[in-house]
Ligand binder design. Structure first.
Ligand code: WTA
Length: 641
């Protein structure tokens, strides 16, 4: 079978085949497109109720052999990775497949020299520099499990993630450049490590030269049980030959944390075989990548989009993938467009929040640059509004580039619902149709599948796909409860969705206690926990509210022990505490001090009302007769106005 759809009929054929006989479909694709050290015994073994999913059981492989070695020697000189630094005056790096192989092998040996073995967890807390890519791939090379923590998270968040996975090694940098700021990563990391007992080794890459020898020794003295090493020294000493370690298809490849409805982030576990197969399949089909194209996904490798569509998907397809260290607004709002011109980017994949922010800037920032290299545009991470879609289409795509609206999740590992660039029709604000292999459906309030279209319901998937997460690290029951218990026999996404008469999906947003701010998932419970640390706070309720650029922003309603003397100060302290405990991305935009929060008789805060108030809707609250303290609602409205 031809597995890359070039026409709508191809798509339909592939889709039908994938539904009629999913296991043969994936087996044939897997067999003909990858190198396996040993073939599988069974394509798929699954049980929805137990959340038990195993793909390609018994197969042995190494994903880096498929992402790197197999492109050699033919593509030895082709650029695998373009590194564009934060500062436009610093030279970009073009890292060929041969050099990538050498650097990943060296890094793999470096890790081995630190005692890292197959199955060990390695935490990676790095900015978007090539060493991040090398570290991720080096872990995969030796069968170690990487846990990348976004370099914008706080010391507390980093410590929680290291402890949850009992990581053995932490790879960090002295600092990270983002726009005109330098994040003191080494300081944050060493602060985190004071709470971590599993880490044996800290490895630091020099990027910003912001750590003096004195600081280095001082921190080392505080953490006597941990060995500190410089990346550069160990890297230089490491051999450039490291044979891949064969792993089972179902061995864990990585853990990546995502916010949950309860306070604690969930360590989603992805495995090697199915993840490799599906990220490659979706990358090739959705973006229609052609040999020689330069592809740029602006996500951070700290998120799933970076894992699947900066590294594994593109590299397994032998693509040239660009990695950008900086931010869209530095040195000015033309930075993305300048990078596109400079590297002649053909495929550009970004988030609606970035588009909305750039849309606000003067159009001259776009017009200054030659964007004629662009062929395909993409969006991911949150629903795109029609204005942003139209602006993107007109000013960036010049009405001449298909836009793929890709819906997926950390949990799904790869793109699930999307049009295929130039192959299947696009509809502004619709993710459109499920990809081959994805049996998406809508369920109603009673958990019944809706077959009559158009419809609105909860988005679920009713058959396993190869790159689905396999468990939550250390807590399989939570995995079962979160995704497989609400509706028996289905994976529940947590998203609400509409479907038009043709079966096109339009995601409407989360239906649980997760708010997506600037494309980042934030758990409201986790933010409430952070706010409640403040000595004057009795309790808090955090909700999302619509925001023109971020999509959603955070609104915190708090009630205090004593009436605060200085409300502005209290708000500042709360913001600082959230920033410290989670990270600056979780800081509330609005904090409102209330005498009391609306509660049901059973003592539950009625967030539904607070969501409305936060959105500026001050009437039609529905039935509030079950409230214990209805009088507080008018007070809160007064305070919100
Ligand atoms: C949302 C990011 C609308 C959705 C890859 C999902 C989207 C959550 C889209 C997952 C899209 C992602 N249209 N909403 N194209 N893509 N979402 O885990 O609510 O960071 O559940 O994965 O983002 O976010 P996550």
């Amino acid at each position: 079978m031809k597995f890359i759809a070039k026409t709508q009929e191809d798509y339909q054929k592939l889709y039908n085949a994938s539904v009629q006989n999913p296991q043969d479909f994936w087996a044939e694709f897997a067999e003909t497109n990858f190198i396996w050290q040993r073939k599988w015994d069974k394509v798929l073994d699954y049980n929805f109720e137990k959340a038990h999913f195993r793909w390609f059981e018994g197969a042995k492989l190494n994903i880096t052999q498929n992402c790197i070695d197999r492109h050699l020697p033919e593509k030895a000189a082709q650029t695998a990775l373009i590194f564009e630094p934060n500062d436009p005056n610093e030279e970009a790096q073009h890292i060929s497949y041969a050099t990538l192989a050498e650097n990943v092998n060296k890094t793999a040996n470096l890790l081995k020299n630190l005692g890292v073995q197959k199955g060990d967890r390695v935490c990676i807390y790095l900015p978007m520099i090539p060493e991040l890519a090398y570290s991720v791939l080096a872990c995969a090379r030796i069968g170690a499990v990487h846990s990348v923590v976004f370099a914008g998270f706080s010391a507390q968040s980093l410590a929680d993630r290291i402890n949850d996975a009992s990581c053995k090694v932490l790879i960090t940098a002295d600092g990270g450049f983002r726009g005109n700021k330098t994040t003191p990563l080494f300081d944050i990391a060493t602060q985190a490590l004071q709470q971590c007992t599993s880490i044996e080794h800290l490895l630091m890459v020099k990027r910003c030269n912001n750590v003096s020898e004195n600081d280095w020794h001082k921190h080392q003295q505080v953490l006597p049980a941990i060995k500190f090493s410089f990346w550069e020294k160990m890297f230089a000493a490491a051999s450039a030959h490291c044979p891949p370690v064969w792993v089972d298809a179902e061995d864990p490849l990585f853990i990546l944390y995502t916010s949950g409805s309860t306070g604690k982030p969930k360590g989603m576990v992805h495995t090697s075989g199915g993840y490799m197969v599906y990220t490659n399949f979706t990358f090739c089909n959705v973006f229609q990548y052609q040999a020689g194209d330069v592809y740029w996904c602006t996500a951070d490798i700290g998120w799933i989009t970076g894992h699947s569509y900066i590294l594994y998907g593109p590299l397994s397809a032998g693509a040239t993938t660009l990695m950008f260290e900086g931010v869209p607004s530095y040195p000015d709002m033309g930075r993305f467009w300048q990078v596109i011109e400079k590297h002649k980017v053909n495929i550009f994949y970004t988030a609606p929040t970035a588009i909305r922010a750039l849309e606000q800037a003067d159009i001259s920032f776009v017009e200054k640059y030659d964007l004629r290299s662009l062929k395909t545009l993409g969006t991911v991470g949150e629903p795109i509004n029609v204005e942003a879609w139209e602006w993107y289409n007109k000013y960036i795509g010049k009405n001449n580039c298909p836009i793929v609206d890709t819906w997926w999740q950390t949990e799904t590992g790869g793109i699930m619902i999307s049009n295929l660039a130039g192959v299947t029709p696009q509809i502004p604000t619709f993710a459109t149709l499920p990809l081959p292999g994805v049996q998406a459906c809508l369920l109603d309030e009673n958990g019944k599948e809706i077959s009559h279209l158009p419809a609105e319901g909860k988005l679920c998937i009713k058959y396993p796909w190869p790159s689905m997460a396999r468990t939550i690290y250390g807590n399989h029951q939570r995995f079962v409860d979160t995704y497989f218990s609400a509706f028996k026999g289905y994976y529940f996404t947590g998203d609400g969705c509409r479907c038009d008469v043709q079966g096109n999906f339009r995601i409407t947003g989360r239906v649980d206690d997760i708010v997506i701010v600037s494309g980042h998932n934030l758990g409201t419970a986790e933010i409430e926990n952070a706010i409640n640390q403040h000595p004057n706070i009795i309790e808090s309720a955090v909700v999302g509210f619509p925001h023109a650029i971020k999509g959603n922003a955070i609104y915190a309603f708090v009630s205090c022990l004593h009436k605060p003397e200085n409300e502005a100060l209290l708000q500042k302290e709360i913001a600082a505490s959230v920033s410290e405990l989670i990270g600056p991305i979780a800081k509330p935009d609005k904090i409102q001090v209330c005498y009391a929060l609306p509660k049901t008789r059973s003592g539950k805060i009625m967030r539904r009302i607070l969501r409305k108030i936060a959105a500026g809707e001050f009437d039609s609250f529905g039935d509030i007769s079950t409230l214990l303290n209805p009088e507080c609602v008018a007070e809160i409205i007064k305070g919100a106005k």
